[in-house]
Design a protein around this ligand. Sequence first.
Ligand SMILES: [Zn+2]
Length: 408
Amino acid sequence: MTFQLRGATLVDGSGRDPQPTTTVVLEGDRIAAVEAGSPNGSARGDVIDVDGLTLLPGLIDAHTHFGIVNFGEDRAPAAVTAARIFRNCELALEAGFTTVRDVGGIDGGVAQAVELGLIAGPRIFPSGPILCQTGGHGDDSPPFAAAHHPHGHGLPGLTQPGFPCDGPDQVRLAARDVLRRGATQLKVCVSGGVVSFTDRLEDAQFSVEELKAAVAEADARDTYVTAHAHNVKGIRNGLAAGVECFEHGTFLDESTAQAMAEAGAYLVPTFAVVRIFAEKAKEWGVPDEIVPRMAGIEDAMARSLGLARDAGVVIGSGSDILGPEQDRRGLEIAIRAELGDPMEAIVAATAVNARILRRADDIGIVETGKRADVIAVDGNPLTDAKLFDDPSRVVLVIKDGRVVKDLR
Ligand SMILES: [Zn+2]
């Protein structure tokens, strides 16, 4: 199928200035041409009129949890949980996200179901269950249960949030098992978490030796490790072990930001989840005692974002949205635009995230040869980034050269 998207202003994801009245030609699953002004001889195929709209690359969320649809004791039937996960895939696509990195929860099979066209959703890079230490973030075993008790660890083959493992040998085994189940990269916890019952945000988790085992297993498969990390103690351990990417980065300091930049490590801040946590916690099934743990996090994260930017860290974009109905994914871009520069917020959620996912040669920018993932939004995202938080303003979504949403 060949299309030409005619007349839109193009914000191509690279950070270059918007280009008015463009023609973008899609051929099969690739972008065949990007032309300024009215189409010349090379433009061909069916015309999709996007005059008055803004064209962007398909958005990328580097921090999703499609499979974390409830916390604590979930008595929902497996079919209901499956339906909720599939619904979250669909909602992400409707919000303009054509690629996501799931950083804990869904099985590789969910990514495969999308790839086979059985369910609507973005291209998913799953991390499988999060490797975590006993008693650390991700270990949701009930009190008095023995270590590595299987309770609370999800539904086999569908979703499993955490995978407790201790010592380099167990981490190695867990890493291999997670990769066997379809993970495309590994996720570990190097610090305590907010939605956590038996640790503190200040805790460092996993030893450098344990983290090195995960990094070695990832590296053996030409992939990488990303780490849940709120504090600098955990980030320092991660850097010492060769962890490539850090999620949240809530309590950074100048020297650690500098060390991240020197190591070429990435940061993925996650503001959206923080902003709407209090309002949604009940619906997500988060117990009341967890809510106060979120106090002060947004301000700290904003300060860390500034430190990382000043140090020259490459900064991606992740929503960390949880729960049964994940419809606020684009809020992350709106908040980042509010905190800094709207163009920077867009580039973080497109070209930079593509680089973090090691897919910069394939996605993230609207240019010839890249995958035909393109969206059109109603409005100017550089002056009104709030539109990303309203899926009804994402009027056209094209993934792999196929129109998957069209509200024009
Ligand atoms: Zn998360």
